[in-house]
Structure formats: structure tokens, C-alpha cells
Ligand binder design. Structure first.
Ligand code: FES
Ligand SMILES: [Fe+2]
Length: 414
């Protein structure tokens, strides 16, 4: 099943890269510790991290009519040819018209709308020029950049690289996805905001307790007020592990603060590491249980978030499209088979899609669109943000060295 919504971003971005060091006037950058000089790779990655697979579109949306997408600041087209989805750079080398304005004149190819240059979708080779005859001398001398594409779980995944062989998509997917059958509901939506602010918001320890206290999704559940959290790394995932969870506090000279209301379920008394409101005592799905996640929120490169509840897992990722914009991808999964999947569909379409992937994450969209950093003054819960940035720094150094060693799958013309 795939349900989705694809909308144009609603706010105009004011800068091509609102988070970038280079875009900020020097006087705004202030002293060390308030800018991003501690994370130079991250600071420079406003167009996205290269050498990864990204979930760009729902499978059923890709047809034999080419469509344009943006990924890591590059334009590409997706087209379904004889059942297989292909990705090609979306700029005709002749005069720069988007190839996605063209169509398919022959199987296995796409033809530019302007002068009929015809490219092989698999190799990118210019294999016919319809307005220059069958002996056109330019034929075979131009290669258009192609992008590796895989379809998995109803999603079209595109590898954004530089002509090297990609790593297997499975290396990037959550390990529990390999464990058997599941059902999923999805929402794809174009949003305004730097992709890095969106990932940081996803793994941010502090905000959910305050920003989302008014979300309808949490109408009957009490959110904590503050936590003591430790960041732990296990394999390629960083986890937020709760050491203390607080629900009511007396702030000196200010007053008492709590998210508890008489109509909400009473908060649990013990520290919990599954679900963000504490679901102690609830039966845990066996596939989820088997993973023994140390914490309910985890993040992996290149910004894939996992939030674990007893009976389902919610995933989010923020695909870097153009500077200052991203594509939100929300995926809700329940590890069930056969007839037991039916209640999931009803629950997803009837509630989760609107309350959670809609209104709840809409609050995140609002804040990500408003974030303006650096400069910034971080506080104790932001160890979640800084550990994620550190992961990007450390992983990218190794990843780039490995990419440089990879065999070439294509040498393309620039
Ligand atoms: S611009 Fe594409 S064929 Fe001329
Ligand atoms: Fe949030």
C-alpha cells in the first residue's frame, strides 16, 4: 500500500542556503562554539550527502511519462520503461532543455522535445538524433549521466553518486525490514527548510515534549517535560537512551510545569525506552522485541530516523532536494501478515495519516522552516544534535575514501 501526498513547498526560501557558513555575514557568526566550524563537512553539506540511496518517489507515481525531480541539488528525470524505472540527468546536453519535457519514441529510450536527440535510458548513450539523419556524426559521442534506481517496498530509491558503483541498497535499509513481512503506510511531501535542520529536528531530544504537547496525536497521552538522555552508538545507528524521565517540575521563581491534564492517561512511573509517552506493560511485537533497541529513537546515515513503539515503527527521512528544500518521507510499518494487516490499513488511513504524518509532523515542518542557524546557543539536550553532526563528520570521511576506490559504472560527459 502506498498513500501519499506531494505538495509544493508553501514558503519562499530567502537564501539558497540558509544554514551555510558562507551565506552568513561574518558578524552573525559570532564566537567559536556558536557556529558550525566544529563540523566542517556538515557545514558544507547544504546540498546533501552524496553516495547514498534516497527514497525519491512512490512506485505507482512513476510512469512511462518522464517526470523531473531534484536530488542533492541536481535535476534528474524518472521514467518507467518496460516495467523498470530509470533515472537520467534532466538536462539535454544539446541546448539545455529538460529531457523530462520530451517523451518516449522507442522502447528503452527518451527523446528530447526540442531537436529529437534520443538517449538510451540504461547506458545514457546518445544513440539517435532524429533531426540529423541515421549517420549523424555526433551519435555515440555523448553520454548522459544515469542514476542507479531500485524499487523496494513500493518506493523508488535513487542513488546519488558520481559515476561509481553504488553499495547495495540493503546496507542502508533498517535491519528489521529484512526480517519478513510487514505492512506500511507512507507520506511523501515537498517542504521548505534545510534538510539538515529537518534531520536535527527528527533526532532532537528536547522539542517533542513542548512543541508536540498540543498535537491531537497526543491528546490522551501525557508527554514528559524533560529527560536525562545518553547517546549510544550501536552499529551504524545512534540511539537516544533515556536515563531519567520527568513529568512534573517546580521551576524556581516561575512555577509548576507539567503536560498532564485530567483527561490524559497518567504518566508511567518508571523510565521507558519504547514509545515517547511510555507504553510499559503493552505487548511488544516479536520482530520489534528481537531487535532489543537500546532507545526508542535512533538515526543512521544519511539522515534516516526510526522511532519505535510497542506495536509499530515510524520512520522518517528528509531527502535533500534543492538548497533550503527537502522532501519529507514518513513511513509507518507494522510487522504483520495476512488478515491481521487489515486493521492497520483502517488505522493508517483513518487516523495515523492525518494525525501523525499530517498534523503532528506539520508542527515539525513549521519549526524546520523557521530555523535560522548558525549562530546558535546549544543546551544540554542538544547532545543529540551534536552527536549526529559528529557521526556525519566521522562517517563521511571514511565513506568518501571508499567511494573514491569504487569501480566506475559510468564515465559521463559533464
Ligand atoms: S535541446 Fe535537446 S535536442 Fe536540442
Ligand atoms: Fe517533532
Amino acid at each position: 500500500m502506498g498513500s501519499n501526498q506531494t505538495e509544493a513547498p508553501t514558503r519562499q526560501r530567502t537564501s539558497p542556503n540558509p544554514g551555510s557558513r558562507s551565506e552568513k555575514p561574518a558578524q552573525q557568526r559570532r564566537s567559536k562554539g556558536q557556529d558550525w566550524t566544529a563540523w566542517p563537512i556538515y557545514d558544507a553539506s547544504y546540498t546533501g550527502l552524496r553516495g547514498y540511496w534516497y527514497p525519491l518517489e512512490l512506485s505507482h507515481k512513476v510512469t512511462d511519462k518522464p517526470q523531473q525531480y531534484s536530488l542533492c541539488g541536481e535535476k534528474l528525470l524518472l521514467i518507467r520503461d518496460q516495467g523498470v524505472v530509470r533515472g537520467l540527468a534532466d538536462r539535454c546536453p544539446h541546448r539545455g532543455v529538460p529531457l523530462s519535457q520530451g517523451d518516449q519514441q522507442f522502447p528503452g529510450t527518451v527523446t528530447c522535445a526540442y531537436h529529437g536527440w534520443t538517449f538510451d535510458l540504461e547506458s545514457g548513450k546518445l544513440n539517435a538524433v532524429l533531426t540529423d539523419g541515421p549517420d549523424s556524426p555526433i551519435c555515440g559521442r555523448i553520454t548522459q549521466k544515469t542514476h542507479p534506481v531500485e524499487e523496494r517496498h513500493g518506493i523508488v530509491w535513487v542513488y546519488m553518486g558520481d559515476g561509481e558503483e553504488p553499495h547495495p541498497l540493503d546496507d542502508q535499509l533498517p535491519e528489521e525490514w529484512r526480517d519478513g513481512s510487514f505492512v506500511l503506510g507512507m507520506r511523501f511531501q515537498d517542504r521548505v527548510g534545510d534538510w539538515r535542520f529537518a534531520v536535527e529536528n527528527g533526532f532532537d531530544e528536547g522539542h517533542a515534549k513542548y512543541l508536540h504537547r498540543t498535537a491531537l496525536w497526543r491528546l490522551f497521552r501525557t508527554m514528559p517535560t524533560w529527560n536525562i538522555t545518553e547517546i549510544q552508538q550501536r552499529g551504524r545507528w545512534l540511539y537516544r537512551v533515556q536515563k531519567e524521565v520527568h513529568f512534573k517540575d517546580e521551576h524556581p521563581g516561575v512555577g509548576t510545569w507539567t503536560n498532564y491534564r485530567w483527561w490524559k492517561k497518567k504518566p508511567p512511573e518508571k523510565v521507558f525506552n519504547i514509545g515517547n509517552v511510555g507504553d510499559l506493560g503493552k505487548a511488544i511485537n516479536p520482530v520489534i522485541d528481537k531487535q532489543a533497541f537500546p532507545g526508542f529513537t535512533s538515526v543512521a546515515m544519511p539522515g534516516f530516523l526510526r522511532v519505535v513503539y510497542p506495536d509499530f515503527i515510524h520512520y522518517e527521512t528528509w531527502v535533500p532536494t534543492a538548497p533550503g528544500e527537502h522532501r519529507y518521507v514518513g513511513i509507518m510499518i507494522q510487522f504483520r501478515k495476512g488478515i491481521k494487516t487489515l486493521p492497520f490499513y483502517a488505522k493508517y488511513l483513518g487516523a495515523i495519516r492525518w494525525l501523525f504524518h499530517g498534523q503532528f509532523t506539520g508542527q515539525d515542518e513549521w519549526m524546520v522552516g523557521e530555523t535560522d542557524a548558525p549562530p546558535e546557543r546549544l543546551y544540554r539536550p542538544d547532545s543529540s544534535l551534536t552527536s549526529w553532526r559528529r557521526l556525519v563528520e566521522d562517517t563521511t570521511k571514511v565513506h568518501e575514501a571508499e567511494r573514491a576506490e569504487k569501480p566506475r559504472r559510468q564515465i559521463y560527459d559533464q
